[in-house]
Ligand binder design. Structure first.
Ligand code: M6R
Length: 608
């Protein structure tokens, strides 16, 4: 989704803005631009396509001089990805430039009003209305004009604004779209996320909805929606710039796959103390747990698949009904949720618009909200009653990997914690499960070490256009994630099916040579899945089986076998998904895809 940066200070602004934008590339975009204040004018450069085009256009920023400015990567919503529709947009009088992330829902009405008043629109965007509105309300007071314009807007917006009359000031406005201020020395910044700030400062200020900031080189003033000055805490960013770089890997995705043993360790470590699970500040005693009659997990995409895997663990250990609801559906479902519901919200970015909306809907109905989030200070984290951070570090590739596995770990820990509070497991089982959790980082490393053949497997299958993933129970949950990984980065049509469902329709699609990835980790159901393998093989499928090391039965049935080390079956998905991620990665590589930035996708889906 769109990315915003802003800078004011003593450095040439354009290179800082371009460097910030390059760190936001991973969010997904199709055009980019910057506007820099210089000698009472706005220097503007914007272009369709990659940041590299903008670098070329501006000679790496050299031909857009000045010390204060704003920048943008656009992911088209209103209007095609063209030079004209790229941000920044300029007011008719050339006094204001503006960048915007989000959607102005009432833009059509505002556009008609402004057109009737003689304002001429150059672009098809919803954003341009904001530039003209500010101009319309400007009577010499920048802040007042911004406030008046913003009071007319409906929808979601993070805005960066500059005005030629205030050559050192950049305004940042936040409403339902992420925006973070970076406090430096003699220079200050803002950006859609901290990856764009961390090279310059580790001091971050998180704006809340309705707040806005006047950013100058020597200080930042934050205001509430009524324009009153407010004091905001400064948070420390805990990771380094290296964490947001490729570190020798060809792609961020591969780096992030390989980081999983360490990421999962970082998720587990702070949660186990003296052999007991501590879920940070989340506390629910037995009585409170018994007062909960269901758990609803909500999320989008991979996070919802993590929820599916977590659901099996929670239901099995806690014997509480758990449903997993896609946030985009739940938000409009008039859900049966009340104060006896615990809502678990999963989100790597913490900024997914549908997930935020579903969560608000459930909160209003009385649910207690526990979120599992990676990005510190994100909207979901701030709106939840309790948040468990996954501590996976920055995830840059659009396809989530360590975001997913670290979510799983927290769901497993939650399941054990809740089962204990509910008296559904005894202390021996508690200790056993916890010791299985502790082994997972090493087992993930062994999974990586055992799977050097995945590139060869990808070479064998990459030309196929349809791949099916089958499994039962927890295996089925991992299938969903495996299929999504393949779809999103390699553009191969991939579907996950509960193995028992095949004969109810899908098996009609199996023909000679169709690859079927069969997960056989749930040993209680292994025989059943084996039968399904035989069924698809009888129709010509080539079966790639995923099994625990030591499963020799499978050798007789499958064409290719991927092994993972043995673990507690309830937790197997966290290992199973790793070779599936690698398979998707290498298939995408064989197919020459843009792995870290797949077409049409954005890292953080901040609009509906
Ligand atoms: O940031 P979130 O976890 O809320 O994102 C949810 C989905 O958009 C995300 O998982 C998406 O499906 C990824 N591209 C999957 O790799």
């Amino acid at each position: 989704m769109c990315g915003i940066v802003g800078y004011t200070g003593t450095q040439a602004a354009a290179p800082v803005l371009l460097s910030g934008l390059s760190k936001l590339e991973y969010r997904g975009y199709d055009s980019a631009g910057i506007a820099v204040l210089n000698e009472g004018k706005i220097g503007l450069a914007k272009v369709k396509g990659k940041i590299a085009n903008l670098m070329e256009l501006t000679d790496s920023g050299k031909n857009v001089p000045g010390f204060a400015g704003i920048g943008h990567t656009r992911w088209a919503t209103h209007g095609a990805p063209t030079d004209v529709n790229a941000h920044p947009h300029i007011s008719s009088d050339g006094r204001f430039a503006i960048v915007h992330n989000g959607i102005i829902e009432n833009f059509a009405v505002l556009r008609d009003e402004l057109t009737a008043k003689g304002y001429e629109f150059l672009s098809d965007t919803d954003t341009e209305v904001v530039a003209h509105l500010i101009e319309m309300y400007y009577t010499g007071n920048f802040k007042a004009a911004v406030m008046k314009a913003v009071s007319r807007l409906e929808g979601s917006y993070a805005l960066g604004i500059v005005c030629t009359d205030e050559p050192e000031t950049v305004f940042a406005v936040r409403e339902k779209s992420p925006l973070i201020l970076g406090a430096g020395i003699g220079e200050n910044f803002f950006a859609s996320d901290v990856t764009a700030l961390v090279a310059y400062t580790k001091n971050a200020i998180y704006l809340e909805d309705g707040e806005f900031a006047e950013v100058k080189p020597d200080g930042i003033t934050v205001y509430d929606a009524a324009g009153r000055e407010i004091t905001k805490p400064i948070s420390r960013i805990t990771w380094d710039i290296e964490a947001a770089e490729k570190g020798g890997y060809d792609h961020f995705m591969l780096k992030e796959i390989m980081e999983q043993p360490r990421a999962v360790q970082a998720t587990i470590d702070p949660r186990i103390k003296n052999g007991r699970i501590h879920l940070d500040d989340f506390e629910m005693d037995s009585a409170e747990f018994k007062n909960i009659n269901k758990i609803v997990i909500t999320a989008c995409g991979s996070a919802s698949y993590a929820g599916q895997a977590g659901r099996y663990a929670i239901e099995k250990l806690c014997r509480i009904p758990v449903t997993v609801e896609l946030a985009s559906e739940l938000r409009y479902a008039d859900p049966l949720i009340d104060e006896h519901t615990l809502l678990i919200v999963l989100s790597q970015s913490g900024e997914t618009a549908d997930t935020i909306a579903a969560m608000k809907e459930c909160k209003e109905r009385g649910a207690r909200v526990l979120s599992i989030v990676n990005v510190v200070g994100s909207t979901i984290a701030r709106l939840s009653d309790d948040t468990l951070y996954t501590w996976a570090g920055p995830e840059i590739a659009v396809a989530t990997t360590k975001g997913y596995t670290t979510q799983l770990i927290l769901l497993y820990l939650f399941a054990i914690y809740a089962a204990d509070k509910l008296g559904r497991i005894d202390s021996a089982e508690y200790d056993r499960l916890l010791s299985e959790i502790r082994k997972i980082p090493n087992l993930l490393q062994r999974t990586i070490d055992m799977n050097h053949d995945v590139p060869a497997l990808a070479k064998k299958y990459y030309t196929h256009n349809d791949v099916y993933f089958i499994g039962r129970n927890t295996d089925y949950a991992a299938c969903m994630e495996g299929a999504l990984k393949l779809k999103e980065i390699s553009y191969v049509h991939a579907e996950a099916y509960a193995a028992g469902e095949l004969k109810h329709g899908t098996i009609a699609l199996i023909e000679t040579g169709t690859p079927v990835v069969a997960l056989c980790l749930n040993e209680a159901l292994a025989e059943k899945t084996m039968s399904n393998i035989i069924e698809v093989k009888a129709r010509g499928a080539e079966v790639i089986a995923l099994a625990f090391k030591g499963n020799t039965e499978i050798i007789k049935k499958a064409d290719d076998i991927v092994y993972i080390p043995r673990t507690e079956p309830l937790f197997a998905d966290v290992l199973a998904v790793l070779p599936l991620q690698l398979f998707a990665y290498y298939v995408a590589k064989e197919r020459g895809c843009d792995i870290d930035k797949p077409k049409n996708l954005a890292k953080s889906v901040t609009v509906e």
